[in-house]
Design a protein around this ligand. Structure first.
Ligand SMILES: Nc1ncnc2c1ncn2[C@@H]1O[C@H](COP(=O)(O)OP(=O)(O)O)[C@@H](O)[C@H]1O
Ligand SMILES: [Mg+2]
Length: 284
């Protein structure tokens, strides 16, 4: 893990940007990104945009580069080429916490929660940057901090209702069924009141019922909260049902971007997915 692209660079200076402002309605522009690790090209000329309120999906076989897109977006990796803009903000060079503070929240392919803490406490942690009086709030005597704490608790309870987590709210997350834990992780991301949500394989490992529940919550987030989302998946079926637009990637390259029907009938896409089956057969 000594690759230089893993080390977040210093934040850029305040020099004015020469890039023209985004067209109205566009929240994210990922443009011609190249990301290489020693010997491995994870992303090669990947470009896409996400519009306000849009559910944009990225699909592709394992190793195609999907998670790498998120790691570039959230400032974990720095690409060798390309640009990433969130509204009128250039994200390249920003550290992960700065990007989170701009309003980009993510869930992870493997759940990253505090398993000993309750659902409520995990959701409260999602609001940590809504604690402007962080240290003082711990003493509980400062009026403003106390009001802030109450506001955070109310916000968390709204998320508990929205994601139907009430029955588990005081239970340690580690004791909950897998599908519920994934929902708590989604809740923690929502708790930060993001402007863009990144979901990395939100139904991976779920049974059918859990998958249907998660699909319903993802649609509710788009339709009721109007939150734009980028969702990474390798399951074509789910993405076809949910997404407004889909980008298919394979070996770090975008194969096709379009509406679900356009993508599903594209011969290159079909070939990439047949290719995956062949790879699975070879491994078996
Ligand atoms: N930190 C890293 N170091 C070296 N190679 C990496 C690293 N992260 C990802 N890769 C490689 O980049 C490619 C894309 O990985 P990833 O984005 O995780 O794929 P996906 O999420 O589509 O399964 C893979 O070949 C993977 O091994
Ligand atoms: Mg992945």
């Amino acid at each position: 893990m000594t690759d230089p692209s893993l080390i977040p660079p210093e934040p850029p200076g305040q020099e004015p940007s020469l890039t023209p402002p985004e067209p109205p309605g566009q929240v994210l522009a990922f443009d011609d990104v190249l990301l290489e690790f020693s010997g491995v090209t994870a992303l090669n000329g990947v470009s896409f945009t996400v519009d306000a309120g849009e559910l944009f999906a990225i699909i592709g076989p394992n190793g195609a580069g999907k998670t790498s897109v998120f790691n570039v977006l959230s400032g974990v990796y720095r690409p060798q080429r390309g640009s990433v803009r969130f509204g009128d903000q250039n994200l390249l060079g920003l550290r992960p916490h700065a990007i989170a503070r701009l309003g980009i929240a993510r869930t992870f392919q493997n759940i990253e929660l505090f398993s000993n803490l309750t659902v409520l406490d995990n959701l409260m942690l999602g609001r940590h940057h809504h604690h402007p009086y962080g240290v003082l709030a711990a003493f509980g005597w400062l009026g403003k901090a106390r009001r802030n704490e109450l506001a955070n608790r109310r916000a968390v309870e709204e998320i508990v209702d929205f994601l139907e987590l009430a029955q588990w709210r005081r239970m340690p997350v580690g004791l909950l069924p897998y599908g519920v834990q994934k929902r708590v992780e989604l809740g923690r991301a929502l708790a930060s009141e993001p402007k863009l949500l990144l979901l990395d394989e939100p139904v991976a490992g779920m049974n059918l019922e859990e998958t249907e529940d998660m699909a319903r919550f993802i649609l509710d987030i788009r339709d009721e909260l109007g939150l734009p989302m980028v969702m990474v998946e390798h399951d074509m079926g789910l993405v076809m049902d949910l997404a407004d637009r889909i980008m298919v990637v394979d070996f770090g390259r975008p194969i096709r971007t379009g509406k679900p029907q356009e993508v599903a009938t594209d011969p290159d896409v079909v070939r990439a997915y047949l290719g995956e089956e062949h790879r699975i057969v070879e491994r078996a």
